[in-house]
Each structure stands twice: as structure tokens, then as C-alpha cells.
Design a protein around this ligand. Sequence first.
Ligand code: BEZ
Length: 330
Amino acid sequence: MTFLSKLLATLAASIASATMLLASAATAHELRLGLITPPNHIWTKAAEDFGADLAEATDGAHTVTVFPAQQLGSEAEMMQQLQTGALDMAFLTVAEVSNRVPDFGAFYAPYLANDIGHAGRILQSDLAARMLEDLPAKAGVVGIGYGMAGLRQIVSKGEVQTAADLKGKKLRITPFKPILDFYNLLGAAPTPMPLPAVYDALANGQVNAIDMDAELIWKLKYFEQADTVIVSNHMMFPMVGLVSAKVWKDMSEEDRATITELMKKRLDECIATYIVKDQEWLDEVRGTDTAFIDVGPEFFGDVPAEWDKIWSEQSGVLGEMRDAAAASAE
Ligand code: BEZ
């Protein structure tokens, strides 16, 4: 080997190792994951467990810092941050996604799910998986999988016996259109408000009823600020694990596969937890002095059918969603 060819070989080897070093530096990530739920909430715990799993699986090359309780902003703001790549990941309500991609409104069809187990099966349907595929093009995010919270109930100040008792009531809703339409059809005065603001609003009378799930009615003691809990189970409440499409684009295939597997595992676990616990939390509230009424679709009169009329225009998949729900009913 001549001196020149030795020099060239040494140079090539140095360039190759420098390139490898740069590549591994570029793929090492300190990822940030935002969500609106409080620190001890099941979604927050799922996010933290996912972070721990990812750090372990990658020998610390990828770490996840979880920002709960709206520390990074509202869900709408986090969605924007995901779109620009300022935020890497989030666990968001499907409600927020439906504000950008109205097809997702179909998940909120009244009485789509017969019970909490059925809600879990709807989220595992082929249709639900197919809808995630639209997210990069329509919302600039990659949907990894679904989680959920419990079915929706109503907590109200004052006695409630019929839906007429809710007419004109300032009733807190999560800020998204499908539920706004539902309560407008009912004649209530729906008041959009993010989760962290709800307790004070109910306590100080800014609203006199709330749309909420059993877990938080019990754990955040909303029932103490009310007189009647209406167990209606009127809607399911899915969550979705998202990664910024901008961040995803620069990840290796291997990293994408690891993140998908580990995040999905924790999201599936979240669904399984609610299936077991939703009824237990309701039973806890039943054991208190707050009055309880158990109602079904008939309580809402023609509101569910009217809602379907509006949403069959807004969501292109409502019919398919009702079919997927019928196919997974027991
Ligand atoms: C809500 O807006 O009611 C809500 C949001 C996230 C988790 C649970 C409930």
C-alpha cells in the first residue's frame, strides 16, 4: 500500500466513525410529553410508565419528561406545538383531535358504547386504527394508539329527575363540538372549560352542572359540590397517544418501532384499567349522601337521534362507526 492510499484509508475510517457518532447523537433524544390530566391521574401514570420503558429499552438514549396538568398549555396549544415540532409527544383527548379532524367526532355518538368494555372494543376496531392513519396528513401528528377515560356522567347542583331539569343550566363541557351539540340539543347552556378549571367553577357557581367521568367525580370530589349524580353513560371518552409528525420524520425506523410498541402497550393498559375501575368509582360515589339517578337513552328523548342527524353531515365515518360498534357489541 502506498503512503497515499494508506492516508486515504485512514481518512475514510475517521470520516466513517465521525459519521456514526454524529448519527447516534442525532438520534439520541430527550423527549417531552404533555397532557392536561393531574399528576396522579391514570393517563399521567401511563405516560410516565411509557417514559421509563423507553429509557430502559434504549439504555437511556431516549428519555421522556412528562408535563402534566396543562403545564405546556391547553390541549389546543399542545396540538399546535406538536404540529410545529416544539413538542415531541402528547396524550390528548380525542375531543381535541375531533376539533381538527371532524371524522373523530363519530366516537362521541350518544350511546355508541353499551358499556365500558364495549367502549374498549370499539377503540380496538379496524375502523379506529384506520382513522389514525389520516392524522399525519390532516393534523401533522402521528397517532400511535388509543387510551380512554370512563363513560360520561352528569353531576348537577339541585334536584334532577328529568332532562327538563337541565334546561338552561350552565353545564360545563370539555371544549369540543360533538358535546356542545349534544347539550345544545338538550336545551342546557353548555359552557366549554378545560379540566383543570372545573372544580373551582363548580364550587363557586360559575357553572351549576358538569359533564364528567366517574373517576374524577370520585377522586376530585366533584360530587361534594353537587346534589345529584346522573349516571347516564351517554358517551365514551377516548384519548390518543400522539407524536409530532415533524419529530417522527427524523427518527430511525428502529426508534419508531420501539416507541410504537412501548407507547401502545401503556395505552392498552390504560383502557384495561378503566374497564375494571369505572364501575368501582361509581359505586364509591353511590356510597355517599349525594342523590343518584340511573338513566338510559330515553332520558335524553330524541337528542341522540338529532345528534346523529347533525353528525352524519360532519363526520364521514359515523355510519361505519355505528356498524363497528354493533359488530363488537355482546
Ligand atoms: C374532561 O375534559 O372532562 C377530561 C379530560 C381528560 C381526562 C378526563 C376528563
